[in-house]
Write a protein that binds this ligand. Structure first.
Ligand code: ADP
Ligand code: MG
Length: 263
């Protein structure tokens, strides 16, 4: 099967995981791709950003993981054409404990996704900034990982931790997992450290870092309150919108190239 499940992950919080998950998913759906977004953060930011009520305790990623409901029943259509979501709830915290005794517990999501994979062109998984059973399930279920990285020095630590984790997973649980790309976020043209980190990263990871970077733009903060993702505002002069639009083109180009290589 063609790879299509992409985890958006970084063990650090506030780096743009949710913003990237939402804008990539909505942007690809606007281009006609069938997209499913899975929210695996108990803080449920994706779920809220897409205007989904948090009353779906029996229709959530928690319900699917602990077998309260079949995963296909946990899919909820969003207001946006071509975009469905499996929402999160705060109950997801409990899953970390409830799943401890399950055998092959790292593969629960992998197995469940098999049923719904054929329905979509892309499945994005927004990961939490932690590393328990649920995030491990997300990485193991994924074909590839996008790592958003904030352009600041403290940001590098989370990324190195995640790269170590990916190496361990490749060795033990999922040899074919690969890094789709590292996405530099919240880039500030005025700040020297932003430019320094960008060039450091491009030197250290020339193949992984996306050419596209996401600049700091206050529109992203407003979009959380308005529940209209930046990519869908139609504001053609928005630097945030232009950046995610460019990312989508670069993602599709990289993705299709890889798909063709795999035959
Ligand atoms: P994470 O999911 O990694 O915790 P978020 O995507 O929720 O990170 O982003 C953290 C905060 O930063 C949010 O308030 C979001 O609106 C804001 N934000 C995200 N990307 C940008 C950006 N490029 N410019 C300015 N603010 C941003
Ligand atoms: Mg988040």
């Amino acid at each position: 099967m063609v790879p299509k499940v992409i985890a958006i992950s970084n063990q650090k919080g506030g780096v743009g995981k949710t913003t990237t998950s939402v804008n990539l998913s909505v942007g690809l759906a606007m281009r006609g791709y069938k997209v499913l977004l899975i929210d695996t953060d108990y803080q449920a930011s994706c779920t809220v950003a897409l205007g989904i009520d948090l009353e779906y305790d029996n229709k959530s990623i928690y319900a699917a993981l602990v077998d309260l409901a079949p995963i296909q029943d946990c899919i909820i259509p969003t207001k946006r054409k071509n975009l469905d979501i499996i929402p999160s709830t705060q109950h997801l915290v409990g899953a970390e404990i409830e799943l401890i005794t399950v055998t092959e517990r790292e593969f629960i999501l992998t197995e469940k996704l098999e049923v719904i994979k054929p329905l979509y062109d892309f499945i994005f998984i927004d990961c939490p900034p932690s590393l328990g059973i649920v995030p491990i399930n997300s990485l193991v279920a994924a074909d590839s990982v996008i790592i958003p990285l904030q352009c600041e020095f403290f940001g590098l630590e989370g990324m190195h931790m995640l790269l170590d984790t990916i190496r361990i997973l490749q060795g033990r649980l999922k040899p074919e997992l690969y890094v789709e790309g590292i996405l530099m976020t919240m880039f500030d043209h005025e700040a020297e450290f932003s430019r320094t980190i960008m060039s450091l990263m491009r030197t250290e990871f020339p193949d992984e870092v996306f050419d596209t970077f996401i600049p700091r733009d206050p529109d992203f903060i407003d979009s959380t309150a308005s529940q209209i993702p930046v990519i869908a505002t139609g504001k053609t002069d928005s630097i945030g919108l232009k950046a995610y639009d460019r990312l989508i083109l670069e993602f599709l180009e990289k993705y299709n190239l890889r798909k063709r290589k795999r035959g």
